[in-house]
Ligand binder design. Structure first.
Ligand code: P1T
Length: 390
C-alpha cells in the first residue's frame, strides 16, 4: 500500500541511486549526466524557453541530483545547496521573527552556531532538549513553536530520537518537523516514510562520499513547504555549481555498497574498542550497550559508520591520541572512503561553550571516528599502535 505523502517507488534503492533523475542525455546519448557549465539559457522569445532560464533558479545537472536524492529519500521534491549549512539556513529562512524552534541538544556545532549566533539576532528563539525523550520535546512546545529540528543519530554522541513519535507529535500541533539525516543516509533511514516533513543532508559526507566537495540537500513531499523552500533557494541563492552536483551524483551511485562496508568496519572497530582497557565508553547505535539500541533497530536498517568513544583519561590524553594515529587522518568532516579522527570538543563542536558541551554529555575525552572502507585490520592496527605510543 502506498504511504500517504510518499512517492511510489517501483525499483530498488541501489537501482534508483544509479538511474533516477539521470536518463541518457537527450541531445547526445551520453550515459553520464553532462556538467551543464552554464549560467544562462537562450530563449526563443520572451518567456519561451526549454524550462531553464538562469542557473541560480535551475540547472539540468542540479535537477538530476535533486531528483535522485528525492527518490532515495522517498520524497516528491529535492533541492540542492552549496553546503549543508546553506541547506540548514534555507529551512530557517522559511521562519519569521518571533517563531520558536525546538532542537536536539546534541547537534553539529555549526548548526548550533548558526541558530545561536545568526538567527537569534533575527528574533527567532531556540530551546535545546534531549530529543531521545519525546516528553521533553512535548514540554518545550509553546504557542509560537514552528519547527522541531532533530539529528538522529546525533553528532557526535549518536543519540537516537523516535522519528515516528516526533512526526506524530508535530502533526498534531501543526509544527513542521525536520530531520538532519546526514549520519544515517537514506540507505539506512528514511524519515519521510515515517511522517517527517523535511529531511536535510550535508552531502559533503556520505552522499558525496569521497571528501572532494561540499554541498547540502533538502527533500520534502509537502507542496506548500516545497514551494517556499524553492522560492528561498532561488531568492537567497546558496546553490551548488554543476560540477559539484556531478561529483555528488557520481558518489551516490556507490552509496549502498559504501554504506555496507562503512557499517561492517564500524561494527568491528566499535567491538574492538569496547574490549579495550583504556576506553571508558564506546558509543555506536549498533552495540547492545547503546541506550537506544532497540529504537535504532526499529527505525533504521543499519547503524552507519561513525563511532564515538571516551578515553579513560583527560582532554590532553584524547588530543595526544588523535595526533598519534597514522592511517586515520586528523580532520573535521566524515563520511568519505578514508577514515578520519577528530576531537569534537576542540574541533567540530568548539563553537558550543565548554559548559554547555559538558552539561549535554560531550566530555573532554570524547573522540569521534568516521570509519572508512579501508581493510578493517589496518584500521585496528593503527588504533592499537596509537594506544601503545601515547
Ligand atoms: O559542512 P556542511 O556541508 O556545511 O554541513 C554542515 C553539517 C550539517 N549537519 C550535520 C549533521 C553535519 O555533520 C554537518 C557538518 N559536519 C562536520 C563538518 C563534522 O565534522 O561534523
Amino acid at each position: 500500500m502506498p504511504i500517504p505523502g510518499m512517492k511510489e517507488q517501483t525499483m530498488k534503492f541501489e537501482t534508483r541511486a544509479i538511474h533516477d533523475g539521470q536518463p541518457p542525455d537527450s541531445a547526445s546519448g551520453a550515459i553520464t549526466t553532462p556538467i551543464y557549465q552554464t549560467s544562462t539559457y537562450v530563449q526563443d522569445g520572451v518567456g519561451n524557453h526549454k524550462g531553464y532560464e538562469y542557473s541560480r533558479t535551475d540547472n539540468p545537472t542540479r535537477t538530476a541530483l535533486q531528483e535522485c536524492i528525492a527518490s532515495l529519500e522517498g520524497a516528491k521534491h529535492g533541492l540542492s545547496f552549496s553546503s549543508g549549512m546553506s541547506a540548514v539556513s534555507t529551512v530557517m529562512n522559511t521562519l519569521k521573527s518571533g517563531d520558536h524552534v525546538i532542537a536536539s541538544d546534541d547537534l553539529y556545532g555549526g548548526t548550533y552556531r548558526l541558530f545561536e549566533k545568526v538567527y537569534r539576532d533575527y528574533g527567532l528563539s531556540f530551546d535545546y532538549v534531549n530529543s531521545s525523550d519525546l516528553k521533553l520535546i512535548e514540554n518545550a512546545i509553546r504557542p509560537t513553536t514552528r519547527l522541531v529540528w532533530i539529528e538522529t543519530p546525533t553528532n557526535p554522541l549518536l543519540k537516537i530520537t523516535d522519528i515516528s513519535g516526533v512526526a506524530s507529535l508535530c502533526r498534531k500541533q501543526g509544527i513542521v518537523s525536520c530531520v538532519d539525516n546526514t549520519f544515517a543516509t537514506p540507505y539506512f533511514q528514511r524519515p519521510i516514510e515515517l511522517g517527517i516533513d523535511i529531511v536535510l543532508h550535508s552531502v559533503t559526507k556520505y552522499l558525496g562520499g569521497h571528501a572532494d566537495t561540499v554541498g547540502g540537500a533538502i527533500v520534502t513531499s509537502d507542496e506548500k513547504l516545497f514551494e517556499r523552500l524553492k522560492f528561498c533557494q532561488n531568492a537567497v541563492g546558496g546553490v551548488p555549481g554543476p560540477f559539484d552536483c556531478w561529483l555528488v551524483l557520481r558518489g551516490i551511485k556507490t552509496l549502498a555498497l559504501r554504506m555496507e562496508r562503512h557499517q561492517q568496519n564500524a561494527f568491528t572497530v566499535a567491538r574492538w574498542l569496547e574490549s579495550h582497557a583504556r576506553v571508558r565508553r564506546v558509543i555506536y547505535p549498533g552495540l547492545k550497550s547503546h541506550p537506544q539500541h532497540d529504537l535504532a533497530r526499529k527505525q533504521m536498517t543499519g547503524f552507519g559508520g561513525i563511532v564515538s568513544f571516551e578515553l579513560d583519561g583527560s582532554e590532553q590524553d584524547a588530543i595526544r591520541f588523535v595526533e598519534t594515529v597514522r592511517l586515520f587522518s586528523l580532520a573535521e568532516s566524515l563520511g568519505g572512503v578514508e577514515s578520519l579522527i577528530e576531537h569534537p570538543g576542540r574541533m567540530t563542536h568548539a563553537s558550543i561553550p565548554a559548559e554547555e558541551r559538558r552539561s549535554r554529555g560531550l566530555s573532554d575525552s570524547l573522540i569521534r571516528i568516521s570509519v572508512g572502507i579501508e581493510h578493517v585490520e589496518d584500521l585496528i592496527a593503527d588504533l592499537d599502535q596509537a594506544f601503545a605510543n601515547c
